[in-house]
Design a protein around this ligand. Structure first.
Ligand SMILES: *[C@@H]1O[C@H](CO)[C@@H](O)[C@H](O)[C@H]1NC(C)=O
Ligand SMILES: *[C@@H]1O[C@H](CO)[C@@H](O)[C@H](O)[C@H]1NC(C)=O
Length: 633
């Protein structure tokens, strides 16, 4: 079996189909009632791919009766009822029904092309008795024909778009697109045309492309920066009866630099106190710019005026104001007014808009310096002075000097900040600023005096300036050398004559510029000592040596050796220091084993109690050798 055309003419052209042909009768209603049945109308409607084995049925049929789709007929069918037509495939029982006797096919449901555009079915003619096919099964298609039942939709809407202000007429802003679910290959149901319902005369839309363009030249953001357009898409090429959909397009005008900065005034006046610290802000000057962002950024400059070098202007990043700061101290007495010419220039100038005028502006700024009653100022802030340690009370150390910088030039009264000279070593003459000693000085206690001097205006005691006098005390030789440490000297009972039992050195609180030189000797009364002797090593040390052997604790367990130490000052100073030497029992290595006197016979005339007292005294007076004898007495 073959599906074949219902038209004999075509059948004739295709002789193959002449024998055993299952014919399709195409229902051409109600779509084109006046067109010739079948092929003629179908050909016109489907130029691209005419397919013989297909039926057409209109979507969205709303009648009560099942919609006639077409008729199957087999050449084998002689009309005697022996042939039965059977339908299978997509929707064969649920949507399409076939009259098994006549081959008439009806659709039982409303069909929606947008849901399913065609159905593939299979037809068979079978012997009613045997159920055997009288012809091979054949496939055919039921195509659903479109009606305009879908309106265009802007799936991406609503839109937002931006276009620079001042754009030329016709500048493209954004393209909108509507989609229509209807069949784009058939009729005009899916052919949309765009129009603008809201947004004229500022914008237009191209009917075919949906491209939105500016419709006015030079739209100014500073006047109005946003427009909400309503765009319509209408199918049927926009004709009456077409379906339509709309979307909104919010168009924002973006800023361009079409406004120059302008000072609101031609001149500005500011006042500063002459006490204003350097780097302080003097003023903030604003040039107005109607643009925003980088188009309103500007640089300020001092282009002229007699205040150049005294002031500086920079841009406040956040406010775009010009911040005028002080670069050097101002002094009312020197100069009471400055004039500056300030220029503000846009940082990002668009050459396209240069014709709108210079993108800079100038203004005059006058800064007036106001007098401040200033405290006296010392001619030298830190006054270095020296004085001898030997200076008598009342010795002049030096002079400080301060003056009142104000025009009034008040007289000054000097005084010493007593917190910096608690012991009142110095005096200052209130009118002359002469500093003198008020006490004798001791370099070894205070080598440097750092005192603060007040200079006060005699008319206005609240105006006080401060200066410093650093007074260095010069050394004199007023200290004798003494033992460097408290020596704990001992001597072994087996010590040989001429053995060094101690090396001593000395210290002196004075600080001679060329360093210390000490001389050591036994005192005159010890010069003939038979037990010990002293050797000056001439390197500020001296060695103590035994002069004999055979020391025994039983005989004497403690010796006192008076030593004279002399410094090299002029005149020199000396002191007598007593070295205590104990006699100990030592091991062969010379390590003292026992220095105690207790185990042995006590020296005649000394009780145990007296000995304990002596030892206690030695311990107490550690470091004070010369006083040992007084302790004993
Ligand atoms: C003196 O004192 C002042 C303040 O008390 C201090 O700044 C300064 O460094 C001192 N100078 C000397 C030499 O000690
Ligand atoms: C020297 O040692 C002897 C024996 O201990 C003693 O009698 C004498 O007084 C000592 N001489 C001096 C000056 O200490």
């Amino acid at each position: 079996m073959q599906l074949c055309s219902i038209l004999g003419a075509v059948t004739l052209l295709l002789p193959l189909w002449e024998v055993g042909c299952l014919q399709l009768s195409i229902n051409s209603k109600p779509r084109a009632p006046k067109a010739p049945t079948g092929l003629g109308g179908a050909l016109r409607r489907h130029k691209r791919s005419w397919v013989w084995n297909q039926f057409f049925v209109l979507e969205e049929y709303t009648g009560n009766d099942p919609l006639y789709v077409g008729k199957l007929h087999s050449d084998v069918d002689r009309g005697d009822g022996n042939v039965k037509y059977v339908l299978s495939g997509e929707g064969a029982t649920s949507i399409f029904i076939i009259d098994e006797n006549t081959g008439d096919i009806h659709a039982t449901k409303r069909l929606d092309r947008e849901e399913q555009a065609y159905y593939t079915l299979r037809a068979q003619a079978v012997d009613r008795e045997t159920n055997r096919p009288v012809e091979p099964e054949s496939e055919f298609i039921v195509k659903i024909q479109d009606i305009n039942d879908n309106e265009p939709k802007f799936l991406d809407g609503p839109y937002t778009a931006a276009v620079p202000e001042m754009s030329p007429l016709g500048t493209s802003v954004v393209q909108v697109a509507a989609t229509d679910a209807d069949d784009p290959t058939y009729g005009n149901s899916a052919r949309v045309v765009y129009s603008i319902l809201h947004g004229q005369p500022y914008f237009s839309v191209e009917p075919k492309t949906g491209i939105i363009r500016t419709a006015l030249p030079n739209m100014d953001r500073e006047t109005r920066d946003q427009y909400v357009l309503v765009i319509q898409a209408k199918d049927m090429v926009g004709q009456m009866g077409g379906l339509s959909g709309t979307t909104s397009v919010t168009v924002t005008l973006t800023d361009v630099n079409d406004n120059p900065p302008r000072f609101s005034r031609k001149s500005y006046q500011y006042t500063v106190l002459e006490s204003l610290p350097v780097a302080s802000v003097v003023a903030k000057i604003e040039a107005i710019d109607a643009d925003v962002g980088s188009n309103a950024e500007m640089d300020y400059r001092i282009i002229d005026g007699d205040g150049q070098g005294m002031f500086r202007i920079s841009t406040d990043k956040d406010t775009q104001k010009g911040v005028l700061t002080l670069q050097k101290p101002v002094d009312f007495e020197t100069r009471a007014s400055y004039t500056l010419r300030i220029e503000a220039t846009n940082r990002n100038i668009d050459p396209q808009f240069l014709s709108l005028g210079p993108f800079s502006d100038t203004a005059t700024v006058q800064v007036t310096v106001e007098d401040v009653d200033e405290p006296p100022v010392f001619s030298t802030l830190v006054n270095k002075m020296v004085v001898s340690e030997a200076a008598k009370v009342g010795t002049i150390v030096g002079t400080v000097s301060a003056h009142d910088p104000d025009a009034s030039n008040s007289t000054i009264r000097y005084s010493i900040d007593r917190n910096t000279d608690l012991e009142r070593f110095f005096n200052i003459d209130a009118t002359t600023g002469i500093i003198s000693t008020a006490k004798s000085l001791d370099r070894e206690v205070n080598a440097v005096h750092n005192i603060t001097i007040f200079a006060m205006e005699s008319q206005d005691p609240s105006q006080v300036g401060k200066g410093i006098a650093v007074i260095t005390v010069i050394d004199i030789n007023d200290n004798a050398p003494v033992f460097a440490i408290e020596y704990e000297t001992f001597l072994c009972e087996n010590a040989k004559p001429g053995q060094v039992i101690q090396t001593i050195s000395a210290v002196d609180k004075d600080e001679p510029p060329s360093g210390h030189r000490f001389f050591f000797a036994l005192t005159a009364e010890a010069a003939g000592n038979l037990n010990f002797t002293l050797r000056d090593n001439k390197d500020n040390t001296a060695s103590i040596l035994t002069k004999r052997g055979g020391f025994r604790r039983q005989d004497q367990f403690l010796y006192h050796l008076p030593i004279l130490i002399v410094d090299s000052g002029s005149p020199s100073l000396s002191s007598t220091n007593t070295l205590s030497i104990r006699v100990c029992d030592c091991d062969p290595d010379g390590i003292a084993q026992s220095c105690s006197a207790e185990a042995y016979m006590l020296p005649a005339g000394l009780s145990t109690g007296a000995l304990v007292a002596i030892l206690a005294c030695v311990l107490t007076l550690l470091g004070k050798g010369p006083s040992f004898w007084s302790c004993l007495s």
